[in-house]
Design a binder for this molecule. Structure first.
Ligand code: MN
Length: 254
């Protein structure tokens, strides 16, 4: 068993350190992570400059390979040249904060896992619901338990899959019910925050994400609100299948 671990909070983040710890004994582990925090970079690849890789030496990150790029860069470079063998599983996280509903489109944590999935490798993104790393050890135990449950499926080398896991920040996280959910939806994000910089120019901060809009029974938002670990299987197909016929009728030339 070979496991590739990445994240979007950067190689120094506590979340990736505990995830690496949690995987000890499961197989060969490679860590390839961004040099700095790359949250919200989605599936971006760096195409306008080369990427550098260095190996971290400090105790908590010893052996981590560090890329001056995005989460997707990390997994992409790992799979296309850095690793001598193809991993059986790609995992990402543990992220500092939830990745639910529409967050998954912007998330670098989900994107790192998705990059593995796009290369045909089963992948899991792990996030803690609240920022601040509270009860991170319990989240790591939860991640370990979920990974152990999918290990038998990995032996079969079947079609790849992609799971998005959100873990409540609780000391008993590993004992919480784990439920399979669909993504909810968020309201549009809050307005930008306009400020004036020291040179008198207007600057804009992207506002916080919107609150949950579709958070009914069966959604990821609902599950974590009930104190459950949410596990959403994701797919990558942006086609609006339901609208194909109507667009064909309206736009396609005879
Ligand atoms: Mn992040």
């Amino acid at each position: 068993m070979r496991i590739l671990i990445a994240n979007d909070d950067g190689y120094l983040a506590p979340g990736i350190a505990v995830l690496v710890q949690a995987c000890q004994g499961l197989g060969e582990i490679d860590v390839v992570a961004p040099e700095s925090n790359a949250s919200g970079t989605s599936n971006a690849l760096t195409l306008n400059r080369p990427l550098s890789v260095f190996v971290a030496d400090a105790a908590a990150q010893r052996g981590f390979r560090v890329v001056n790029g995005t989460p997707s860069d990390c997994v992409h470079v790992a799979l296309t040249g850095l690793l001598s063998q193809r991993p059986d599983l790609v995992i990402s996280g543990i992220n500092n904060g939830a990745n639910m509903g529409d967050d998954t489109l912007y998330s670098g944590t989900v994107a790192a896992a998705m990059e593995g999935y796009l290369f045909g490798i089963p992948a899991i993104a792990f996030s803690q619901v609240d920022k601040g790393w509270r009860h991170l050890d319990a989240a790591a135990l939860t991640a370990r338990a979920i990974i152990e449950r999918v290990l038998p499926a990995l032996q079969q080398r079947a079609a790849p899959w992609l799971l998005n896991v959100n873990i409540p920040n609780r000391a008993d996280a590993a004992a919480l019910p784990r439920v399979v959910t669909r993504l909810g939806r968020r309201h549009a994000s809050e307005p930008v925050i306009r400020q004036i910089n020291p040179r008198g120019e207007a600057i804009y901060w992207i506002g916080p994400a919107g609150s949950a809009r579709e958070a009914g029974d069966g959604t990821d938002f609902h599950a974590v609100g009930q104190g459950q670990v949410s596990i959403t299987p994701l797919q990558v197909d942006l086609t609006d299948h339901g609208a194909l016929a109507s667009w064909q009728a309206r736009l396609a030339a005879a």
